[in-house]
Write a protein that binds this ligand. Structure first.
Ligand SMILES: Nc1ncnc2c1ncn2[C@@H]1O[C@H](COP(=O)(O)OP(=O)(O)OP(=O)(O)O)[C@@H](O)[C@H]1O
Ligand SMILES: [Mg+2]
Length: 436
């Protein structure tokens, strides 16, 4: 059943619905056609064959009971009224049956003739097109009857099949037109949700059947709420960071003017706080107003790597392929920058690999550093979580890098996962959708 569901069912809602509409009709038609052909057709053909046989029997009887009459005249009258052609050949004998001239119809006529006539008879396909020949061995000689096909063949079979096909075709056309209209609103809703998930602005109008409209309305309400929340968070973070900057700058100034020896630690604390506030602001800006555009992702990465190499004097090993993607370039660059900066900070070598499939772009940032133990791989994404206990600037930042990176990548409809790297350290595996 599972196999049936996964392999044989079409993937799209449109084709599935079409299948649901069409299958019962096709099954019903097949059943009716089968019954019709097996039963009705046979019955009608038998009747027709019997009619022909009894006309022959009648003609023979007339010939027998009125021996005085001119047999030729009887046959002429019979031929005229029955569309059968009678010929009497006194010297002929009945030939052998030719198996190549046997059909279902000739066999059916044969059995009807045998039932009605007292003499041996043989039926086969006529030499002339669309005729059958019946030979009857009468005491007067061989009676040769030519039967036009239309006397024994019911054309209704053909018209039946043609009308069936026409009906099926009409039904298919109507269902396609109707279903297209029903599936379109669902597809639009899916596209709108996908676009929103990837941070792309896309207009959406509620339409379609009542259930679809409900889902659409629910989506719109949800989208507005999420937008409001993001805006609120951004504003608050930006506000708090900005407000803290002023007193901090004052503190820095005062510290600089103090001549005491013990101010060094205080100074480094203030520097760290400043860095934290910068990071807050960066975090807040991550959700900013930037709009998505289609860019060459490989070019963005190459540029990012070049800048990072210049700043760190370390080499970054690039394995890139051309790949276009619709992203918010500044935000995405910030996210990838954080991952690369981590690699450069905690390791000595760094590699970036870009791959793509039809639906996704895969990006691997590898390093040869100490890596992150499996148990901590979820924790490091939490803001301010750091593996080393010390929080001073020399050994690293403040623990926002991965949180920001994940935030941005998720907002692009992507995913990020930490794995073991083939280079020995940490691998950050980033997956982004190719379009929307
Ligand atoms: N490539 C890596 N190799 C080993 N450990 C890593 C790597 N990247 C991150 N980590 C660990 O995960 C922690 C969290 O990383 P994250 O980037 O969020 O913060 P950070 O680098 O400490 O500071 P920030 O990036 O905010 O300047 C780091 O403190 C570090 O312990
Ligand atoms: Mg970092």
């Amino acid at each position: 059943m599972k196999l049936f569901r996964s392999r044989l069912l079409p993937r799209t809602l449109f084709f599935r619905s079409l299948l649901i509409v069409i299958t019962p009709v096709v099954v019903l038609q097949a059943l009716v056609a089968f019954i019709f052909l097996n039963w009705h057709w046979e019955a009608v053909t038998n009747r027709l064959a019997e009619a022909v046989a009894s006309e022959i029997a009648f003609t023979l009887d007339v010939m027998d009971t009125q021996p005085g009459e001119d047999t030729a005249q009887v046959m002429a009258i019979a031929s005229k009224n029955t569309h059968l052609k009678f010929e009497l050949m006194p010297d002929e004998k009945m030939g052998r049956n030719d198996p190549r001239r046997q059909t279902i119809l000739s066999r059916m006529i044969g059995s009807a003739v045998k039932r009605s006539l007292p003499y041996p008879a043989r039926v086969q396909l006529g030499r002339k097109e669309k005729t059958y020949e019946i030979d009857v061995m009468t005491p007067r000689g061989l009676l040769h009857v030519t039967v036009p096909e239309r006397r024994v063949f019911t054309v209704s079979t053909y018209s039946f099949i043609i009308w069936f096909s026409v009906a099926a075709f009409l039904l298919l056309t109507i269902s396609i037109l109707f279903l297209r209209g029903q599936v379109r609103p669902i597809r639009r809703l899916a596209e709108a949700a996908e676009a929103f998930g990837s941070g792309v602005e896309k207009s959406f109008k509620v339409e379609g059947a009542r259930e679809v409209r409900r889902a659409g309305n629910a989506f719109l309400v949800m989208r507005d709420r999420i937008r409001r929340q993001i805006a609120q968070r951004t504003e608050m973070l930006a506000g708090v960071s900005h407000d803290l900057r002023t007193p901090l700058t004052r503190m820095k100034l005062q510290l600089a003017m103090m001549k005491d020896k013990g101010t060094d630690e205080l100074k480094s604390d203030v520097t760290e706080m400043e860095a934290m506030i910068d990071a807050y602001l960066q975090f807040a800006r991550g959700e900013g107003e930037e709009t998505a555009t289609e860019i060459h992702l490989n070019e963005l990465i190459a540029q990012l790597a070049k800048d990072a190499e210049r700043m760190s004097d370390k080499n970054i090993d690039l394995k890139l392929i051309p790949a276009r993607a619709t992203v918010r370039p500044h935000a995405l660059r910030r996210a990838l920058d954080n991952l690369v900066q981590n690699a450069l900070r905690y390791a000595t070598q760094c590699g970036i690999t870009l791959e793509r499939t039809d639906e996704h772009i895969h990006l691997f940032i590898d390093d040869n550093g100490p890596g992150i133990p499996e148990s901590a791989r979820e924790d490091v994404f939490r803001p301010f979580f750091r593996l080393e206990e010390s929080r001073n600037a020399a050994s690293g930042g403040i623990g926002l890098g991965l949180a920001i990176a994940r935030d941005i990548i998720l907002a692009h409809g992507g995913e990020i996962e930490l794995q073991d790297s083939p280079m020995g350290g940490l691998r950050c595996a980033v997956k982004l959708p190719t379009s929307t």
